[in-house]
Design a protein around this ligand. Structure first.
Ligand code: HEC
Ligand code: HEC
Length: 268
């Protein structure tokens, strides 16, 4: 019963083979572990990349509840409404701040309506939409900016750029296909600025090259002035001028006289 040297060396050989395969398995395990950690550290993880700004997070919740049904998941747009990526905070502040959004009825135009969100909620929604892609921010002005603004110059800019749609007095007017340019009597200075930089629906965008920020303030000052002027002598008639106002008064007066004459004739 002698263990031949050949058989014992065969056993030793088998043992070392098993040790080697264990070692290589451990090596593969360690490499995989390191790769995994590297991936976790470097990869753009879904959660890790979203903003930690609490306003953005609150805005995302509000968006998912009130806007995503039309504008789609993460503002990518859907059949019922356009994408909001890159429209900017200014567009959200304008659309939600004038009650146009959330849209109530699909029609030729989204009208000004009751505002459904608080000021803070509007800022949160705007922060969320701004986080989706760069776009015009909410404008800020101070008293010094207003002092620079030249109202007369603003009036001439208004007549060249805005009056063809909004009328000389900013009282609005009809466009084609059931669309209309609304009256500016309810617009706040910020909303007027936002309308110019975002161009809602049929309104063109007036970029800073076309109308500089100072010129925008001049236009806003002009709109504020015509809003605060009372209409002496009754209805404003769109402030089209003394001649046409006389014509309207004259025709209406004659009309009433004709009706009165017919009435007297019928009684006689
Ligand atoms: C019932 C569907 C509907 C809902 C709900 C809705 N929208 Fe809209 N939204 C539209 C449509 C349609 C338009 C495009 C027509 C228009 O501008 O009037 C639009 C346009 C906009 C625009 C202008 C985009 C641009 O190009 O400048 C903004 C900003 C916007 N929506 C924000 C919101 C926000 C924020 C909410 C949630 C509070 C919301 N919308 C809810 C249908 C909807
Ligand atoms: C081509 C026609 C057109 C021109 C030019 C135009 N607008 Fe508009 N504007 C519109 C339309 C249409 C709307 C309504 C958009 C909507 O409801 O989404 C509008 C909306 C507005 C509003 C929002 C009113 C509100 O409800 O508070 C303001 C403010 C405004 N325009 C200011 C201006 C100013 C200032 C200019 C000139 C620099 C101008 N617009 C030039 C068509 C025009």
């Amino acid at each position: 019963m002698n263990a031949s040297p050949t058989s014992s060396s065969r056993v030793a050989g088998r043992l070392s083979a098993r040790r080697r395969s264990l070692a290589s398995a451990a090596f593969v395990g360690v490499v995989l572990g390191v790769l995994g950690m590297l991936y976790a550290a470097l990869a753009p993880g879904g959660q890790a990349s979203t903003s930690a700004d609490p306003a953005v997070q609150r805005g995302r919740d509000l968006y998912n509840q009130g806007c995503s049904s039309c504008h789609g998941f993460a503002g990518v747009g859907a059949r019922r409404a356009p994408s909001l990526i890159g429209v900017g905070a200014a567009s959200v502040d304008f659309q939600v701040g004038t009650g146009r959004m959330p849209l109530q009825h699909h029609g030729p135009e989204a009208p000004r309506s009751r505002v459904r969100y608080s000021q803070q909620e509007i800022l949160d929604l705007a922060a969320y939409v701004a986080s989706l892609g760069p776009g015009p921010g909410i404008p800020q002005f101070n008293d010094a900016d207003w002092q620079k603004a030249d109202t007369a110059y603003g009036g001439s800019l208004f007549r060249t750029n805005c009056a063809q749609c909004h009328n000389f007095a900013g009282s609005g007017g009809d466009l084609t296909y059931g669309k209309y340019a609304p009256s500016l009597s309810k617009s706040t200075p910020r909303q007027i600025y936002e309308a110019m930089v975002t161009g809602p629906e049929n309104m063109p965008v007036f970029g800073d090259k076309q109308i500089t920020p100072d010129q925008k303030l001049a236009i806003i000052n002009y709109v504020r002035t015509i809003k605060s002027q009372a209409d002496p002598g009754g209805a404003g008639l769109g402030r089209v001028g003394p001649v046409s106002e006389t014509v309207v008064g004259w025709l209406a007066g004659i009309g009433i006289l004709v009706i009165v004459t017919l009435w007297i004739g019928a009684r006689a």
